[in-house]
Ligand binder design. Structure first.
Ligand code: KIV
Ligand code: ZN
Length: 391
């Protein structure tokens, strides 16, 4: 059987931009949108048009700019929202309205103060209204992660009948465990009439650090679209990180899934988003963090120098990272020192390496990281001639 295509829905410019202090202006959004198109995302969620005139303008301009991806505008299940989203999307080559409503008990009783029956009515009315403007309508069942599966199935069946083309099942609060989220998708696949007419989408938040695991569980149980952001940014603890999902799919052919992303652009785009939003990527972030391909303990360094794959499951070139880094610290061993000395032009003999190593440890115990300049000074102090590696 051929592998199944997974559609990558990027919401960096909508859910990602909800991060406090991450506001982007229209020019910055346009630059990122063009890069997302180059990256190969299938859908760009460009914004929430009714939320502000600035967001409306950004969505409009992104529609004019990009050609390939579907451009999506968010709305609540409210006619005015939907109409404004449709207006913002008029120039899109492939427009999609994303509308929805809360379906969990907490949303129904406390936030919306209504009844389950009224929720179904409002969901159906919103989808039907959105269909007047565009063919492609995605419905989100907000807080689906904490929604009773039987009720969720009723809502989903009703919106499919009303014409929804994509069904977003958000774990809005990041509460689900991977097996629960996977079972939720499976339950919908098995119990909703007409489910095969639409695409099921995951949208997982990271409050318990499970967003990526939950999204993958969703895909393993029949979801065909993943909603995610560059660097995993988003409301509170963030969304599923695009780079993680893409590389999991790539590194695990056994999943029998594929997507259109050019993974070599992941690190450059991560840097661009981080710089434009002013949000530093944590160094130990999977795939795109500064330390994702850095090795500092002697045991690991020795293994990587002999064969990179010993401690790296991803080739840094595949994600556009410079190269594997051998970082010299007090935990480093002789192999790493010999390797880095060679990089700066010294082929050390075994005796020279022994001399340098003791001196290196004294320096390393006082410094977090021994850089090339420090190493050069140590080599000079020890009168190391070496055999010039460049000679
Ligand atoms: O997390 C969520 O439920 C959302 C919806 C608006 C799709 O972002
Ligand atoms: Zn969200």
């Amino acid at each position: 059987m051929p592998d199944t295509q997974i559609f990558i829905f990027d919401t960096t410019l909508r859910d990602g931009e909800q991060v406090p202090g991450c506001k982007l202006n229209t020019t910055e959004k346009l630059i990122i949108a063009k890069e997302l198109e180059r990256l190969g995302v299938d859908v760009i969620e460009a914004g929430f048009p009714i939320s502000s005139p600035g967001d409306f303008k950004s969505v409009t301009e992104i529609c004019k700019l990009v050609n390939e991806p579907v451009v999506c505008g968010l709305s609540r299940a409210v006619e005015k929202d939907i109409k404004v989203a449709a207006e913002a999307l008029v120039h899109a080559k492939r427009p999609r309205i994303h509308t929805g409503i809360g379906t969990s008990e907490s949303h129904i009783r406390f936030k919306l103060q209504t009844t389950p029956e009224k929720i179904i009515e409002r969901a159906v009315a919103a989808v039907a209204y959105a269909k007047r403007f565009v063919e492609d309508v995605e419905f989100y069942a907000e807080d689906a992660g904490r929604t009773d599966n039987v009720f969720l199935a009723r809502v989903i069946e009703a919106v499919i009948k009303a014409g929804a083309t994509v069904l977003n099942i958000p774990d809005t609060t990041g509460y689900c465990l991977p097996h629960e989220y996977g079972e939720k998708i499976k339950f919908l696949k098995e119990n909703v009439k007409g489910i095969d007419k639409a695409i099921i989408s995951t949208h997982c938040h990271n409050d318990l650090g499970l967003a990526t695991a939950n999204s993958i569980a969703g895909l393993q149980n029949g979801a065909r679209q993943v909603e995610c952001t560059i660097n995993g940014i988003g409301e509170r603890a963030g969304n599923t990180s695009l780079e993680e999902v893409v590389m999991i799919i790539k590194q695990h052919p056994g999943l029998e899934l594929y997507n259109r992303i050019n993974s070599k652009l992941l690190c450059p785009l991560s840097d661009m988003v981080s710089e434009k939003m002013g949000v530093v990527v944590q160094p130990n972030k999977a795939i795109v963090g500064a330390n994702a391909f850095a090795h500092s303990s002697g045991i690991h360094q020795d293994g990587v120098i002999k064969k990179r794959e010993t401690y790296e499951i991803i080739d840094p070139k595949d994600v556009g990272a410079d190269q594997s880094k051998i970082v010299l610290t007090a935990r480093s061993g002789r192999a790493a020192i010999a390797y880095r000395a060679k990089e700066i032009g010294y082929n050390l003999t075994k005796l020279e390496l022994d001399r340098v190593y003791s001196n290196f440890l004294l320096v390393a115990d006082n410094k977090k990281e021994v850089n090339d300049q420090d190493l050069f000074v140590i080599l000079k102090e020890q009168n190391v001639q070496g055999v010039s590696a460049t000679a």
